[in-house]
Design a protein around this ligand. Structure first.
Ligand code: BES
Ligand code: MN
Ligand code: ZN
Length: 498
């Protein structure tokens, strides 16, 4: 979808979108439009339950007195509560209504509204951002879809008094949206197309936006000693990869230590010898969601030229059962030297992360580390699909991530850590085992990771419940959500830039 910003002037044809705040309050241009149609807008609002609440829409077709096809009213909520998120939601709502309406181009009248304090140029950029995020589709494998079932909407023009300022504000939002789309693309790809080697090649493409990419193959990983990660990969015909992505957006920083993001990239998780049930196993194509977020985030930061030094590390493996697969009871030696008894081969994500966490802290001496993983079903039992689970060894880092999540509409909820949970993963045969029993399953998983973090502030985001959505929301169509890209982009912007 294309976005343009132009001087406010009433279009003569097509569809015009008019933002409204509660209760049924129009701005000056909206009132002008209302008058030109002989009061159709106020009458239509009165005749319906539309009051201008967040995400509400009301379409007025073929308005009299004008050559317009349609006027679409979209709600922004209470004027004093209009925010980045409600503006984005309005953009998303207009796309959901008009996407398949047959209309190809629409204009949005962005003006100040009574009682609301947002700046129209910034608001235009946020509406465009929300519309863009909602317009995402993964349809590359749909070859027989009828033309009238496909989206018609191609272009959205934001009409504002200051189009230059709006366009400038939109620039960096566009970079973020590109990162979100990259993550959604990766998460949506099936595992016959996206496997460690091909995913590593997709990482390579980030070089075009100024990210340095280093791909380590299995031979190299063996030499380094990533025994835990390689144990997971050994049942698959596809070789493991670890990819390091570096973006140095602030080379003259006083503190050159990078911020590190680490992602679980299990391109398919059958469970291995501890095999999963057949029903729903197809979902495990998105078990590389953590890695997908790290890759999309690196794109977003580079594309919007963030003034930060960042390293992204992803561990890419396929977890398969076979004659070469690891068995329950096997003991592997991790990169840290600590040994692990593999009780359940389906608890593989932690085995991948433990080696790349250790490697990242050792090699890059980061100022902090945040890992992301579709790690446990237990986090879905605890938090459902509304919050990601947050675990941290540092309160300030935890608070900063929580704040960033709230601002972008990707909320996280802090979960506890503690010695009692840690004891659950002690093993008689090795330094630890890879499962701690059913109770507190997402916590014992986090405790396992914590054993591979030494001195740095560290946080772990368990995104198993939020990486994929079965329903549309304002700015996220169902499917891969890219939950984490916007959150971590904001976290970097608010805490580690300049
Ligand atoms: N990838 C799964 C976790 C998962 C489950 C993600 C559902 C998304 C949706 C992970 O590798 C896994 O299998 N975890 C096990 C751990 C258990 C064996 C201790 C789980 O949660 O059942
Ligand atoms: Mn698993
Ligand atoms: Zn998994």
């Amino acid at each position: 979808m294309k976005f343009a910003f132009a001087k406010a002037a009433l279009p003569k044809s097509g569809t015009v979108v008019v933002p409204v705040v509660t209760e049924r309050t129009l701005g000056a241009a909206g009132q002008d439009l209302d008058q030109k149609t002989g009061g159709m807008l106020t009458r239509a609002m009165k005749a319906s339950r539309f009051t201008g609440k967040k995400e509400e829409t009301l379409a007025v077709l073929a308005p009299g007195g004008l050559d317009l096809d349609r006027i679409l009213l979209v709600g922004l909520g209470k004027p004093e509560e209009v925010s980045e998120l409600s503006l984005q939601a309005a953009g998303g709502a207009l796309v959901s209504v008009l996407e398949k309406s047959g209309e190809t181009e629409v204009s949005v009248l962005v003006e100040s509204l009574p009682g609301a304090s947002f700046e129209p140029a910034r608001a235009a950029a946020e509406i465009a951002f929300g519309a863009n995020l909602r317009s995402y589709r993964f349809d590359k494998y749909r070859t027989t879809e009828k033309k009238d079932a496909k989206p018609s909407l191609r272009k959205v023009t934001l009409l504002t008094a200051e189009p230059k300022a709006a366009e400038a504000a939109y620039q960096s939002l566009q970079g973020i949206a590109e990162g979100v789309f990259l993550t959604r693309d990766l998460v949506s790809e099936p595992a016959n197309i996206l496997y460690p080697e091909s995913l590593a090649e997709r990482c390579r493409e980030l070089e075009s936006v100024g990210v340095q990419v280093e791909i380590m193959d299995a031979k190299r990983l063996r030499k380094i000693g990533m025994g835990a990660l390689l144990g997971v990969a050994q049942g698959s015909a596809r070789e493991a990869r670890v990819v390091v992505m570096r973006y140095d957006g602030n080379p003259n920083a006083e503190d050159r230590r990078p911020v590190a993001f680490i992602g679980k990239g299990v391109t398919f998780d059958t469970g291995g010898i501890s095999i999963k049930p057949a029903a729903g196993m197809e979902d495990m194509k998105w078990d590389m969601g953590g890695a997908g977020v790290v890759i999309g985030l690196m794109h977003a930061l580079a594309a919007r030229k963030a003034k930060a030094n960042v390293v992204g590390v992803v561990g890419l493996v396929e977890n398969m059962p076979s004659g070469t697969a690891q068995r329950p009871g096997d003991i592997v030696t991790s990169l840290s030297g600590q040994t692990i008894e593999v009780i359940n081969t389906d608890a593989e994500g932690r085995l991948v992360l433990c080696d790349i966490l250790w490697y990242t802290e050792d090699t890059y001496k980061p100022r902090l580390m945040v890992d992301l993983a579709t790690l446990t079903g237990a986090i879905i039992v605890a938090l459902g699909h509304e919050h990601a689970g947050l675990f941290a060894n540092d309160d300030a880092l935890s608070d900063a991530l929580t704040a960033a999540g709230r601002k972008v509409g990707e909320p996280v909820w802090r979960m506890p850590l503690g010695d009692g949970y840690d004891k659950q993963i002690n093993s008689d045969a090795a330094d630890m085992k890879n499962v701690g029993g059913r109770d507190g399953g997402s916590i014992t998983a986090a405790q396992f990771l914590k054993r591979f973090v030494r001195d740095v502030p560290w946080a772990h985001l368990d995104i198993a419940g939020v990486a994929w959505s079965k329903k549309d929301t304002a700015t996220v169509p169902k499917g891969g959500t890219a939950f984490g890209v916007r959150l971590l982009d904001r976290f970097v912007a608010d805490n580690h830039e300049g």
